[in-house]
Ligand binder design. Structure first.
Ligand code: CTP
Length: 418
């Protein structure tokens, strides 16, 4: 049983479940939380229990479940659960639940818990598009965000009926990732992990561009998109409004981001320049092809009988980062680049990185040392973050999520320097 994996020091999570059809997806979220060693107490609303019954939540969490404040009163659960929690996640958060939370109502166990919690609170809303876009809901979401909660934008897609649009609950696996970002940051900082990027619009590129040669072949690179996606998840969990432009990435959509896609360097450039006009921070973590074939063959290139090979002529792609660094499409914008360096006979990777930072005119440059067995497609990475004022911050080997947090720490510090 899931509860057996729990240890006395397991982080305590309250999973609030609102009364929406997506309540069944919270079972998967609960499973992921318990299986990764969290001590989860589920607090559904009365209407959530009409969608998924208490026995399901009890069996999966290993704790008794009620929506009321009138059970086990001697243990004062309406205060204790919130006070003791390391994280409260509400999924799905309905329009009604967001309204009650925004207005500080305390008419059931979940809203009492929300009022007593001093830990990070994550809401994953799900509702019909009209309800999400209604001014009442917009204002309630803005109120909750202003007070320090992280409210994910819902995913866009199929809703309960035949209709589709914004309002879908993000995939449980991605709500789980967002919850882990919040929780880990808060535990590292002993509870004080305010969403310090709230109000910032950030644009992140991820993956690697592909430059087509003919209908079946392309020139590409090994970038998986893991680092860019980790940056997007971390930024969402720190309250930023995130646009993620993915180039050929086969990873699940991070919760709460606006996801755009691009295939080639030129397509990526168009998307980046359009979105960067509104962005406070741009992080170019995509591996952009420096060259593309001069000509695209409309039909598949065939081999010939004389065993000769076609000659490829390449032309250089625009350098998106250098353009952003020098043009600054928005006043006060912070521009962050990545430099994948191997070093060469005369220069270390870091020296080449320093040179690039100046050449590209960027504020921060994350220098990764690469090779076929380093960084690309692997969950671990190490880097040095350089800034234009001359400082360098080494980031020890660790998961890409840890480098992502370091990058945002550096961005926040850079913007706060006045
Ligand atoms: N980049 C870009 N446009 C390009 C190439 C790269 O915006 N046409 C960005 C990448 O997103 C990354 C940074 O530039 O943030 C550095 O990429 P790197 O892999 O170091 O390649 P280059 O800058 O092209 O350097 P080199 O000349 O060493 O290949």
């Amino acid at each position: 049983m899931a509860a057996e994996a729990r240890s006395a020091s397991a982080p305590r999570v309250v999973l609030g479940v609102g009364g929406g059809i997506a309540a069944y997806k919270a079972c998967e979220l609960l499973r992921r939380l318990t299986e990764s060693g969290h001590d989860v107490t589920v607090v559904p609303t009365a209407s959530a229990l009409r969608f998924v019954g208490a026995p399901t939540w009890e069996a999966l969490s290993g704790h008794p479940v009620t929506a009321e404040v009138w059970e086990s009163v001697s243990e004062v659960p309406h205060v204790r659960l919130g006070q003791q929690a390391d994280l409260v996640v509400v999924a799905p958060a309905t329009a009604d639940l967001l309204a009650r939370a925004a207005h500080g109502l305390a008419d059931d166990l979940l809203t009492n818990t929300l009022l007593t919690a001093r830990c990070p609170v994550l809401f994953a809303p799900a509702m019909h598009t009209e309800m999400w876009q209604h001014p009442a809901t917009r204002e309630n979401v803005a109120t909750l965000r202003r007070r320090g909660a992280v409210v994910l934008d819902p995913a866009v897609g199929r809703l309960t009926g035949a209709d589709s649009g914004p309002g879908r609950l993000p995939e449980p696996g991605e709500i789980f990732e967002a919850a882990l970002c919040l929780l880990n940051r808060s535990l590292l900082r002993r509870g004080s992990a305010a969403p310090d990027l709230a109000g910032l619009r950030v644009l992140i590129t991820a993956g690697g561009t592909r430059e087509p040669l003919d209908p079946v072949r392309y020139l590409g690179n090994r970038s998986s998109g893991l680092q860019g996606y980790a940056l997007a998840r971390a930024a969402v969990a720190r309250g930023a409004e995130v646009t993620l432009i993915a180039a050929n990435v086969a990873l699940p959509d991070p919760a709460g981001v606006k996801l755009l896609r691009a295939g080639t360097a030129l397509e990526l450039r168009d998307e980046v320049r359009a979105a960067a006009a509104d962005a406070d921070v741009v992080v170019m973590s995509a591996a952009v092809a420096d060259f593309r074939p001069a000509d695209y063959a409309e039909a598949k290139i065939k081999k010939t009988d004389d065993s000769s090979a076609p000659e490829l002529t390449l032309v250089q792609n625009p350098h998106i980062l250098r353009e952003l660094g020098h043009e600054r499409l928005r006043a006060g914008q912070t521009v962050v680049g990545f430099a994948a360096e191997t070093g060469d006979a005369e220069h270390s990777a870091l020296e080449l990185g320093r040179r690039k930072l100046a050449d590209y005119g960027v504020d921060l440059l994350v220098v990764n040392e690469v090779g076929v067995d380093k960084v690309f497609g692997r969950p671990e990475t190490e880097a040095v973050i350089l800034d234009a004022a001359g400082s360098e911050a080494p980031v020890p080997p660790g998961p890409k999520s840890a480098l992502a947090e370091e990058v945002w720490d550096r961005v926040a510090a850079w913007r706060a320097r006045g």
